[in-house]
Every structure is written in structure tokens, then in C-alpha cells.
Design a protein around this ligand. Structure first.
Ligand SMILES: NC(=O)c1ccc[n+]([C@@H]2O[C@H](COP(=O)([O-])OP(=O)(O)OC[C@H]3O[C@@H](n4cnc5c(N)ncnc54)[C@H](O)[C@@H]3O)[C@@H](O)[C@H]2O)c1
Length: 250
């Protein structure tokens, strides 16, 4: 028996990294998964099926209204309901680190299209089904860079700051329909070796300021995500939960 037996959960950006760990954790608790990623997620579907859960990969561009509507339609067609949405996809590892006066307007727009508009579009696509059911959970993903004000990453940092506003306003608007909306905020998780090698000192600095002084891994995020999607957080909405090993207290 799993906590999410009989439930359909959409995980955007679930093809790799933290999203892949979310898929594994949710599958272990019985969820049927729709893995919505720009690049498809056949490998993760195979891993999840190996664990005895059902999953489907739906190639999705979260910044496109048509694509996100097709994502929701595929979920309903395959599983008949949508219980939860994890807005995890982001323009992140491929984003340029540069002084603010050197960032291009085109990359700024792309960053906002995926991180901010994309989170809204995915929610917009699933909310009709959740309203019809009278229940649903949405988790939006922010970033510790918002608290840090990380320099040289203005488009990404400000796009993730918008997530907190998105969550709060969506929580108020959707609460009367039985839909809970929360933010999950990871610290620095250097799962992509190529990306981490471009800034090798960062993990050491962040590790050093944590109460729990080790590198954070994708699996560290999973328990809190499961909590936010489960009945154990039934009266929790509009909140932000940090999972950061105590790097900062809020
Ligand atoms: N890794 C970290 O240190 C860290 C820290 C704080 C917050 N986060 C956040 O956690 C989430 C996951 O991070 P990650 O490190 O696993 O990211 P990642 O860059 O490794 O993976 C992102 C995934 O999203 C997908 N994606 C990108 N654009 C998309 C689009 N337009 N439509 C659909 N899918 C798209 C990619 O294909 C990829 O599978 C992101 O929201 C990120 O901002 C990460």
C-alpha cells in the first residue's frame, strides 16, 4: 500500500536531476506518473515501471499553452484524473552566468517563459480537472538563490522569486476548490557534474555554512515533496518549505 495508490501525478522536468528523484519517490508510494519533459523521459518511465508503478512520458514544452494543454489531456486520457502537479521543470543548468548588463533580452524572456509562465501554464492546464474533482495539489519549485540574491544570475534568481508570489496568489484563488498550492525550495544540489565543474568552489562554500555539512543530493528533496502532496499536509497551503540542511534559517 502506498500513500499515492490510485493517484495521478504530473512531474514536469522529470527526465533528469531532481525531477527524476521525485519520480522514483512518488512511484515507490504507488503514484501513476505523467513525466512531462522537453526531452522525453523514456528512461525514467522504464525505471518507474521496474518499481511496479505506471508511468507515461509526454514530451512537453511548459512554456507553450498548446503543449501544456496536450500534457493535461494525455494525463486524463491515460489515467482519468489528475491529483497533483509538480512544477519542477526550469531553465536552469543551461542558463548563462553573467553580469546583469551582459545578459541578453532573449535569454531573459526564455527564462521567464519557462520558469514563471511555464509554471502558470501547467497549473492552468490541470486546474479544470482538479476543480471538477474538488481536490488537487500543486507544488511550485523556487530556489535558494532568491534568499542569497546570487549575483551574475539575475534572470534566473528573479524568475524564481516570482514563484513565491505565484504560489501565494494561486493558493488563495484555488483554496475554495479544495486545491492546495505550496512552494518547495531546494538549496544547491550539484547533480550535474558538467554544470558543477564550472563553479567548483560553490558546493564547498554552501556545505560550509550548513548545519548539516555535506553535499545536498536530489533524494534529499523527496520526503518533503511527498509530504506536500500527501494527506499529512492537508491544512498546509500557500507556504514555502526550505530543504537546505540548515544553510539559512527562515
Ligand atoms: N540543482 C540545484 O542546485 C537547484 C537548486 C535550487 C532550485 N533548483 C530547481 O529545482 C528544479 C530541478 O532542478 P534540476 O537541477 O534537476 O534541473 P535540471 O536543469 O537538471 O533539469 C531540468 C529539467 O527540466 C527540463 N526542461 C527544461 N526546460 C523545459 C521546458 N521548457 N519544458 C519542459 N521541460 C523542460 C529539462 O529537460 C530537464 O529534464 C528546477 O526548478 C530548478 O530551478 C535546482
Amino acid at each position: 500500500m502506498g500513500v499515492f495508490d490510485g493517484q495521478t501525478i504530473i512531474v514536469t522536468g522529470g527526465a533528469r536531476g531532481i525531477g527524476r528523484a521525485y519520480c522514483h519517490g512518488l512511484a515507490q508510494e504507488g503514484a501513476s506518473l505523467v513525466i512531462a519533459d522537453l526531452n522525453g523521459a523514456d528512461d525514467v518511465v522504464a525505471e518507474v515501471e521496474e518499481m511496479g508503478a505506471e508511468a507515461v512520458s509526454v514530451i512537453t514544452d511548459v512554456s507553450s499553452p498548446e503543449s501544456t494543454e496536450a500534457m493535461a489531456a494525455s494525463a486524463l486520457e491515460r489515467f482519468g484524473r489528475i491529483d497533483s502537479l509538480v512544477n519542477n521543470a526550469a531553465f536552469y543548468t543551461t542558463a548563462t552566468h553573467a553580469p546583469m548588463d551582459e545578459l541578453s533580452p532573449e535569454e531573459w524572456d526564455l527564462c521567464y517563459a519557462v520558469n514563471v509562465k511555464g509554471s502558470w501554464l501547467c497549473a492552468r492546464a490541470v486546474v479544470p480537472a482538479m476543480k471538477a474533482q474538488g481536490s488537487g495539489r500543486i507544488v511550485n519549485v523556487a530556489s535558494m538563490t532568491v534568499n542569497d540574491g546570487t549575483p551574475g544570475f539575475l534572470h534566473y534568481v528573479s524568475s524564481k522569486a516570482a514563484i513565491w508570489g505565484l504560489t501565494r496568489a494561486m493558493a488563495r484563488e484555488l483554496g475554495p476548490h479544495g486545491i492546495r498550492v505550496n512552494t518547495l525550495t531546494p538549496d544547491y544540489i550539484p547533480h550535474d557534474q558538467e554544470y558543477a565543474s564550472q563553479q567548483p568552489h560553490v558546493d564547498d562554500i554552501i556545505k560550509g555554512r550548513r548545519a548539516l555539512q555535506r553535499t545536498q543530493v536530489p533524494e534529499d528533496m523527496v520526503g518533503t515533496l511527498l509530504y506536500l502532496l500527501s494527506p499529512w499536509s492537508e491544512f498546509v497551503t500557500g507556504q514555502n518549505i526550505w530543504v537546505n540542511g540548515g544553510s539559512a534559517f527562515h
